[in-house]
Write a protein that binds this ligand. Structure first.
Ligand SMILES: [Zn+2]
Length: 152
């Protein structure tokens, strides 16, 4: 298999080992839409990977992710790795980790939940299972059904 050459970036973040088909969800989490881009973003879809055969990758120049963004990515791409690039060098490489408790990053699907009642309450979800990912609301107990649609 021919190695794919990807132009290196000078500064920024490479999100690697995103499961195939998930790159656009990662862009959504990062708030990157066609109307709202302030850095150069490269998206690679269906890249050959030794680990899982195929993967997606997202490269965002001149941006390092906030911990809250990394937590959100872990919910939809639990095998992703985050590489921080400074001056063309990888200065940090880490795998995302699913938080045991996700605070303030998901909204509850239960319309009667106190977190949906305009109260100043941060949502809180407890991780029940990692594979498949299952989370339930700490306030009303309802399990989250479609995680991607409920990321704030
Ligand atoms: Zn709830």
């Amino acid at each position: 298999m021919k190695e794919i050459k990807v132009a290196p970036i000078k500064n920024g973040t490479v999100i690697d080992h995103i499961s195939c088909g998930t790159a656009f969800k990662v862009l959504k989490i990062l708030g990157i839409t066609d109307a709202n881009v302030d850095s150069t973003v490269s998206v690679l879809i269906h890249v050959p990977s030794k680990k899982t055969e195929w993967k997606d990758m997202v490269k965002v120049e001149d941006k390092e992710l906030e911990p809250i963004e990394v937590d959100k990515i872990s919910l939809i791409a639990p095998d992703a790795t985050i590489n921080i690039i400074r001056n063309y060098e990888v200065v940090e490489k880490k795998r995302v980790e699913l938080p045991d408790v996700a605070i303030g990053i998901l909204e509850c699907g239960n319309p009667n939940c106190v977190t949906n009642a305009k109260e100043p309450v941060k949502t809180e979800f407890v991780l029940k299972s990692k594979s498949p990912i299952r989370l339930s609301c700490s306030y009303c107990g309802r399990e989250l059904e479609d995680i991607v649609d409920h990321i704030i």
